[in-house]
Design a protein. Sequence first.
Length: 384
Amino acid sequence: MRVFIAAAAVAVGLGVSGSAVAVDRAATPAGTVELNNQGVEMAAQARYAEAEEFYRRALAKLAEGAEPPGSPMPGAGRNAESELTLTQALSRLQAATGESASDAGHVLDNLAALYLAKGDIANAESSALRAGAMLGETGRSGNRVLLATIYVEERRFAEARTLLESALPGASAQLGFTLNASLAAAALGEEKLDDAQEFCRRALEIASTALPPNHPGIASVWNNLGQVYRFQGRYLEAETSYRKAIEIWTAARGPAHPLVARGLLNLAAFEHERGRDRAAEELYGRAAGILDRTIGTDALQTMIARNELGEVLRAEGRYVASEQLSGATLPAIRKLLPESDPRVLRALTNYARLLAATKRQADANALWTHIRLVAGTLPSGSFQ
């Protein structure tokens, strides 16, 4: 079983869509565009709570502007954290406006991408689907990529590929880059390594003339190319690719951005597989620290990073520290994902190894049996 962090990235690079709303200011309530664009800026800095606040205020502002005089929407703009208010804002906006509903679609697309970056996949999908229903044809290309990226996170690879391939004909150079980069991530998820390598090659070829050399989307492609090389056993090329991705992300977004953490997680997994556990421990620790500060202690990616750090500590014989991390993270990962998800199976495998290493063989055997029942087999690379 291969568990990896693909940089499937909608936009390539921010981890969020990062697009400002293109709207008719005469038809848009004052301040809406500014609120959205402040959200984009906050998201680029991985200040996600602030970004979400700006996006919700922009949506509420749009809904207020759509209401006929004398019938204000209760709570609009006063309860930015209320999902009910957000839903009402969108519903009223669509009912009261024509094409200007696409304005809300752009803001909602950014909100969906923000949820994706935070690991809130259910809300990301819901918001992206609602955005797609509002956007005009020109806005749908980016929305398709966003939705496909969400499907990759949900391991719905065939649906992601269908969406992306439908947008390829006539795509501009920059959109073509994004589509090929995202197709590479989908192919990786399906373990179609030759296809993934070819999509990465096409994306990098386009980027050589269409994007600046330190564009964060290029880092996403190098990261996924590193995955391809790693699974092909081309280890020197894999390590070079991972480090190139981290270097570009760091230059583009700073050393404490979640995208940098994604690169560190893959490089850490590579180091652990090569038996270089001291290096893996340091990399997992850095990644977990970044994710803890940016997307939150309880976010899925943060939990996965800590769980993998616990596995490295087990390999080093530091069983008490490993137990502390595994015990805290395994229940949370199981709560956030279906039991059959490869990331859950990986975390269960890590804990079964710890049980065996600490002479709790009966418990370890029971857990191996459970893993077999759920997965149909033991994950590759596991042992008893």
